[in-house]
Design a protein around this ligand. Structure first.
Ligand code: FNR
Length: 409
């Protein structure tokens, strides 16, 4: 209501209140390479478009004359009550966009009251981000490393920072075909951006030292390393300081490229998780109903239906379309999150109507970061939630439990 009152009283908002203007304003604030990385999808961008088209295909049918004075946006997920059905999706290498990106996003999420899923390829060590968030809700996203000891180390660190869940991303055992980055010759990781979870990890440092051929080499800042840092600083305002704080020598980047993912990942790996962590486990990137059923059978706590924002398999099914089939496969009670393509409060409503218990917001919170730092992140979230709240009320719905398939045409 505060947002709405401000909006009709002549005050200009810090971040634009519609998705297209928000995106355009963020574009103006980002370097060419940062924009290519954040905005770029896989291949021709067909799946990115399909994600939006799926939301646009569904229509809400508002009901009238129901008392909607009191509205309850809360949902229950993994045994906890969340104030709203929104979480922030994990975004790696956000240091391309702003200095201390993850810390700023974490603060913005805390201020807006939504859980933040910290990326395995974050730009700050998870401990630093968590410390900046106080006791606000955070989860940790894991890319399953080729090095099983590193997997255990990440799981232990996630538990130690009080993560509410570990989200294992399944769809990125290899990086997708991303023409925007390829054409610019830029991938953040090769420049040491987005590897802070690794360079702050004792197990990873062992691997990096082994690769450097001895303990001394990987801590010396050589003239070549300084040149690399300066070139990063020209391209990416957020990169230099993060890197100066923990200089990333070549051996660390190479050790990262060696181990960050594992294309040999199978269900057998997932089956080991129950003994390796007490945190609830969420699988991110499920699109096929049979994969969702398999997750249920394995005792996985929740599934996130996602195509990684169209960044992995171009031509793959829209996330919202997959949600419908996955919900059908797992039955009405199993916890499902919907990720990819969410831009507005109406989108949140439609995702819930089609069977999601909660949704994650990806690129839009990075746009907010680019425009206004942590306040920009909080404002973007606030706008989406304010519109969601209005959509509920104006559709004759007083609680999230009432957002069923019957609310759509
Ligand atoms: C991502 N995504 C992602 N996912 C993940 O599990 N770990 C990660 O480190 C990243 N990194 C990342 C970087 C950038 C720049 C983007 C845009 C996305 C995917 C992210 O969590 C989410 O699935 C998508 O952003 C959802 O799509 P939309 O809504 O942004 O289109």
């Amino acid at each position: 209501e505060a947002i709405y009152r401000a909006g009709v009283s002549g005050a200009r908002p810090r971040v634009p209140t519609d998705a297209a203007a928000l995106r355009a304003a963020a574009h103006r604030r980002m370097s060419r390479k940062a924009w290519a990385y954040v905005e770029g999808g896989a291949g021709e961008g067909a799946t990115m478009s399909a994600n939006r088209a799926a939301f646009e295909r569904h229509r809400i049918v508002p009901r009238m004359l129901r008392d909607v004075t009191e509205r309850d946006m809360s949902v229950t997920l993994l045994g906890r009550t969340l104030p709203t059905p929104l979480l922030l999706a994990p975004v790696g290498a956000a240091g391309l966009v702003a200095r201390d990106a993850d810390v700023l996003i974490g603060r913005g999420a805390a201020a807006a009251g939504v859980p933040y899923i910290l990326s395995c390829q974050g730009s700050s060590p998870m401990e630093r981000t968590a410390a900046a968030m106080g006791d606000a809700a955070r989860w940790f996203q894991l890319y399953w490393s080729r090095d099983e000891d590193l997997v255990d180390s990440f799981l232990a660190r996630a538990a130690a920072i009080g993560a509410g869940a570990v989200v294992v991303t399944l769809d990125t055992t290899m990086l997708g075909w991303r023409p925007q980055d390829l054409n610019l010759g830029s991938l953040p990781f090769s420049q040491g951006i987005g590897i802070a979870q690794y360079t702050s990890d004792p197990r990873f440092l062992e691997l990096a030292r082994a690769r450097a051929g001895g303990p001394a080499r990987d801590v010396r800042i050589t003239p070549a390393a300084v040149r690399t840092l300066l070139s990063i600083s020209r391209e990416h305002p957020g990169g230099l300081l993060d890197n100066l704080r923990s200089p990333v020598p070549r051996a660390a980047v190479e050790a990262f490229l060696d181990v960050y993912s594992n294309p040999a990942l199978t269900w057998d790996h997932i089956a080991t998780l129950r003994e390796r962590t007490r945190l609830p486990v969420v699988l991110k990137g499920v699109l096929h109903p049979d994969d969702a059923r398999r997750a249920v059978d394995l005792g996985v706590d929740a599934v996130m239906v996602s195509n990684h924002g169209g960044r992995q398999v171009d031509g793959s099914v829209a996330s919202l379309d997959a949600l419908v089939d996955v919900r059908e496969a797992v039955g009405p009670e199993y916890p499902l999150l919907l990720d990819s393509g969410v831009r507005t409060g109406a989108d949140v409503f439609k995702a819930l109507a089609l069977g999601a218990d909660a949704v994650t917001l990806g690129r839009p919170h990075i746009y907010g970061l680019a425009i206004g730092g942590s306040a920009g992140v909080a404002d973007v979230v606030g706008n989406v939630l304010a519109e969601f709240d209005l959509t509920m009320g104006l559709s004759g719905v007083a609680s999230t439990a009432e957002i069923t398939r019957e609310t759509l045409a």
